[in-house]
Design a protein around this ligand. Sequence first.
Ligand code: PLP
Length: 370
Amino acid sequence: MYQTKIEFFYCCCMKIEKTLHSRIDKINFNHISSFGNHFSDHMFCSEFRNGEWKNSMIKPFGNIWISPISLVFHYGQAVFEGMKAYKDKNEEVFLFRPKENFKRINKSAIRLEMPTIPESIFMNGLKKLIDIDRDWIPKNYGQSLYIRPFLIAIDDGVLSAKPSNDYLFMIISTPADSYYYKDSLKIKIEEKYSRSASGGVGFTKASGNYASSFYPTKLAKEEGFDQVLWTDSSTHTLIEESGTMNVFFWLKNKLITPQANENILSGITCNSILSLAKKEGIDVQERDLRVSEIIDGLKNGVLKEAFGCGTAVVVNYFKTISYQGTDFSLPDLPEKKRISLRLKKNLLDIQHNLSEDPFGWRFRLKKFST
Ligand SMILES: Cc1ncc(COP(=O)(O)O)c(C=O)c1O
């Protein structure tokens, strides 16, 4: 895909092939057009074969060759993560809570009957890759390098519906602008389709969860919505999450989020927002949240704010929630009065090393000597 000249060396028990033809001048960091368009110069790969992890390496970003028999194509054994690296004013680099992503990808892997990734492979691969590509991390407030670790089944033996023997773990990254997905979102409470079901894989970042959400989301977009707000699959009376975001509601002076359970991804941003809100003394509740509470709150004017949060968007507030064909508008608060934006700023300040880190979330990425 990309022509490279290569420089070889070994570090942290991994082979490193560095490109001599960086593509970094192709990107305007002051105007990163859209998310996921440009990928940094290198990628990390490690293989699981014959029951052991081997061949860890960093190499120039490019296409990979795997057999069409690979079980990822047929039975969907694939899990992934999303995380970010930030720069501070002195261009020091910080990963945000990377060990949480490490733990979560392995939780997902176990549920999909895939091998877990050793911490040394995940963390050394991540640290070395981001160090090599540190120039790809944008410098402005809110900008970041979005990092995508993923694990796929690559068995090329027998095409049968069983777990793969062989797997490939990779990490790639893409510069991300400070962006609102949109200034504010118009959301539809979904009552027909479901994202996850009891006993299923909703709590994991299994790729199939996203594939199955595309069609209902497309239908909602055709109706003029930005996203669907998922509800539980059996009764459609409990709020779950929205797109790639966990959700919060500022209802009757309480900040409420549906309790993460087997149907809801336990979001690292959500968890961080909860901690920040509690620290501010906000009355926070993680619990089952009924659709009827939201609709009553909208009708009675006691639902003041609603927002989604996740690694990609950080925080994005909702302006309209639609239920059974009726659109309910949320109060049009000035930005300064929004709890969502205050919590977002508190989080970004920690991520960019602009404020204290009372929870120990920042992970300083030292420069390697090579
Ligand atoms: C379905 C889903 N819910 C919630 C989130 C938010 O999780 P996090 O804050 O860890 O990015 C994501 C994004 O990863 C997601 O894909």
